[in-house]
Ligand binder design. Sequence first.
Ligand SMILES: [Zn+2]
Length: 159
Amino acid sequence: MTNSKKSGVNKQSSSAVRGRGVILPIDACPSCGKALREKRSTLSFPVNGENIKVKKARHLSCPDCGEMVLLEEQARYVQREAVNTYRDKYRLLSAEEIRSVRERFGLTQAELSKILRLGPNTISRWEMGRNVQTAAMDVLLRLIRDLPESLEYLRKNVA
Ligand SMILES: [Zn+2]
């Protein structure tokens, strides 16, 4: 039982997280119908193609068959933590740092997205930890932060 439980968890973990969690109206195992229990364990989430481990991530687990389910907020937590860890690892600006750069210049998320020629929701996703900026975009954000006149330059050159 220990073995099958273990492999069940491992097998389910990536697909459940990748699918952004399965929302269940009741706490029943989708495989066998037993009541799920809350557990904490290390899960991994892909950020830019790299599997980032998130420790002590809460999720629901079936005591019988090992099926694992993440509620929407649990899946979001794993994603946010994975993005944070990735940013730390590659020394990219954090979500808070990006927000503070933007707010210092009184820009909305949509305005900054436009200046950087990104999709309208990109900055919002970065600030919510749903997505991570590329290294090149990180450089541009630092440029705006450290050389404020570069914002004027970028503004003038927005298509
Ligand atoms: Zn089950």
